[in-house]
Every structure is written in structure tokens, then in C-alpha cells.
Write a protein that binds this ligand. Structure first.
Ligand code: FAD
Length: 325
């Protein structure tokens, strides 16, 4: 049975965000041969629409206008609702991102349809939808079967699905937003970057993280240098951000960000569940810890039992030599 799927795509004004490509990949797998459309909102985003049409969407519907130039829950909800009413999809996939979960709830409420949030897996077979979501910091998983009103809406975790790797030659369709900024109940004021200059670890391919084992803010250099040598970003455990050694934007875990880089290196991090839940989706995990019983070794692909002040600089040196620096 063919399923109609609409993906709500996100972008940074110039290119689509990784989550959009992951959702297209997921939609294409659920719906082999079936219809997958992407929905995009912004201003001056034709090139993003074309990108998505070549990355898995059979059709990209993009809404343009000043009212949707910056994310605004009111404008997004009012713009998306009539399109979903026209398209009558079976499934709407949205990123489990701050904007995604913000708009998903009022949209589902207005449409009177079910919404399952924070999904790690979504499957559909013979019209039967099965969704998996994590609970209690990943200690349990829920399996949810949803029947009834359509479309079913789901927000999906970043990194839960591989992006669509093939090429597509979809079409793009522009809709001028009929909304004016004046009629919106919330208005966009400005975007401010945080202390870390706009660091977004969720987008990083490589993360090297520091834990309490580093011993103090003046000793972070060895971890920072390893991150630089690997072309990656600097992450941290909560022990490090709580102590003020690094700003909160660096914190990974249940009260920080969840990340899924290709490579994650944990230096002097014990592996408490609240940290692990935020990084266990990483492609390849290397842990350096002097305690052989540290729980982090339970999720690591490679574990190095040793002093990070010996191991990290040795790795940095070897990487620099390999790169000829
Ligand atoms: P520790 O647990 O103290 O571990 C330090 C490690 O460094 C040890 O394993 C030690 O063997 C090793 N070490 C020491 N010296 C060296 C050396 N020279 N070389 C190599 N290894 C060395 N934590 C998070 O990280 N993220 C969160 O989002 C988060 N949210 C939380 C939310 C709640 C509600 C609660 C209750 C807790 C949360 N925590 C979170 C805290 C979490 O429980 C741990 O306390 C924290 O992750 C510990 O950080 P750590 O591993 O850096 O420090």
C-alpha cells in the first residue's frame, strides 16, 4: 500500500540542515517507490528547494515571504496547516529539533491528529504505523502503534536515520505566503549567538569531549588541541560546564545537547548515563580513561586505559605528523 509522506525541512537560509536529509532518507526507506514531498518555509530559498529536490524529494513545496523568513511558530503553523489539508499525507515527518517540536504540537492540535515525539524509528506497513521512542534517558524504549486520524505526525531524533544517498530529480513549487508580519502574534526580534560564538555540536562530524578528569580549565588545552588536529569541535561533560570550565553550549547529555558525530572522543569522562544518552548515537566512540572499570568503556568502540595527558598529546602529535604539520 502506497504511503504519502511529507517531510518538514529545515535550513539555515542557504542550505538544508542535515536533519532534513535524514528525514528524506527515512521517508524514502519507509516508502519505497511511494510519494515523498518536502515542505520548506523561508525567504529567498529557491536554491534550498532545488537542493532538496535533488536529494530525495519528489516534490518540494516552498512557502516564501517575509512572515516566514525567520522561524515563527504562528507563521509556520498557519502556513503549513492548509498545505497538509490539501496534500492529505498519511505521515508527516518533522525533526525533533527546537523549531520542530515547537511547531509540531500546535499543528497536530489544530489538525486534530496524533503526534509522536522524539522517535528513534518509524515504520509503516499496510497502513500500520509503528514508532519507537526513548524514555528515561534511553533506559527504556516505547513502541507505539498509532491508529486513527491521519496524517500521523512524528518528530524524529537527529542521527536516527541515514540521509538519502542517491540523486533525485524532483520538482519545486513555490507558494507566496499570504501572511503579513503584522497579523502574527509573535514577532522575530533578533538572533544572538551564545558565548561559544554559535557553536552547534549537533552539526559536528567530530567531537572531542573533556570530562572532570581533565582537572581544571587551565588544562583543557590538550583536549582542545586534539579536537583541532581532528578538525572537530570541543564538547564537555556536565561536570566541566557546571564548574564553569567551558560554557553550557559545550555540554553533551540529557541536560545538554544530544549529538551523533561520525567520531566521538571522550577524555576523562566516566560515562554516567546522563552523558551517555547524549552521545551513544555517535558513529565511532573512542574513550580515554585511567579507570579500566569506567562505564564509558561499555559504549566505546575503542577504549584506551591510560592518562589522558599522555594519550591525547601523543594522538595530536601523530595526527599533525600524518598531515605533515
Ligand atoms: P566524573 O564522573 O567525575 O569522571 C571523571 C573521569 O575521569 C573518571 O572516570 C576518572 O577515572 C577519569 N580520569 C581522571 N583523571 C584522568 C586522567 N588523567 N586521564 C584519564 N582519565 C582520567 N552529565 C553530563 O555529562 N551531561 C548531562 O547533560 C548531564 N545531565 C544531568 C542531568 C541530571 C538530572 C543529573 C542528575 C545529572 C546529569 N549529569 C550530566 C551529570 C552526570 O550524572 C555525571 O555527574 C557527569 O556526567 C560526570 O562528569 P564526568 O564524567 O566528567 O566526571
Amino acid at each position: 500500500m502506497e504511503t504519502k509522506i511529507v517531510v518538514l525541512a529545515e535550513h539555515d537560509g542557504k542550505v538544508s540542515r542535515e536533519i532534513s536529509l535524514e528525514l528524506l532518507g527515512l521517508a524514502r526507506r519507509i516508502n519505497e517507490g511511494g510519494e515523498v514531498k518536502a515542505l520548506l518555509l523561508g525567504n529567498g530559498i529557491e536554491s534550498v528547494a532545488e537542493e532538496l529536490a535533488s536529494r530525495g524529494a519528489a516534490e518540494v513545496i516552498y512557502v516564501e515571504g517575509e512572515a516566514v523568513e525567520n522561524y515563527n511558530v504562528d507563521a509556520y503553523r498557519k502556513s503549513i496547516e492548509p498545505i497538509l489539508n490539501d496534500e492529505t499525507p498519511d505521515l508527516v515527518l518533522i525533526g525533533h529539533t527546537p523549531n520542530g517540536w515547537d511547531v509540531a504540537a500546535p499543528l497536530a492540535a489544530r489538525l486534530g491528529v496524533p503526534l509522536v515525539t522524539g522517535c528513534a524509528q518509524v515504520t509503516m506497513s499496510e497502513g500500520r504505523a509503528l514508532l519507537t521512542r526513548k524514555a528515561f534517558n534511553g533506559k527504556f524504549v516505547h513502541q507505539v502503534e498509532v491508529t486513527g486520524a491521519r496524517p500521523l505526525m512524528a518528530t524524529v531524533d537527529k542521527g536516527a536515520s541515514a540521509p538519502f544517498e542517491g540523486k533525485s530529480s524532483g520538482t519545486v513549487r513555490k507558494i507566496e505566503s499570504p501572511l503579513s508580519i503584522e497579523e502574527l502574534r509573535a514577532s522575530y526580534i533578533e538572533t544572538r549567538t551564545g558565548e561559544s560564538g554559535g557553536l552547534d555540536l549537533r552539526e559536528a562530524d567530530v567531537i572531542v569531549s573533556a570530562g572532570r578528569g581533565v582537572g581544571g580549565p587551565d588544562k583543557l588545552g590538550v583536549v582542545r588541541e586534539l579536537a583541532e588536529a581532528l578538525g572537530g569541535q570541543l564538547g564537555a561533560s556536565r561536570a566541566v560546564t557546571d564548574a564553569g570550565w567551558l560554557p553550557h553550549e559545550h555540554q553533551i547529555g540529557s541536560s545538554g545537547v544530544s549529538v551523533s558525530p561520525k567520531l566521538y572522543v571522550a577524555c576523562g569522562i566516566s560515562g554516567a548515563i546522563q552523558h551517555v544518552v547524549g552521545m551513544k548515537g555517535s558513529g565511532y566512540i573512542v574513550a580515554i580513561n585511567k579507570d579500566p572499570d569506567a562505564p564509558i568503556f561499555g559504549v566505546a568502540h575503542v577504549g584506551v586505559v591510560g592518562d589522558l595527558f599522555e594519550i591525547a598529546p601523543a594522538l595530536t602529535k601523530a595526527l599533525r605528523e600524518a598531515k605533515g604539520k
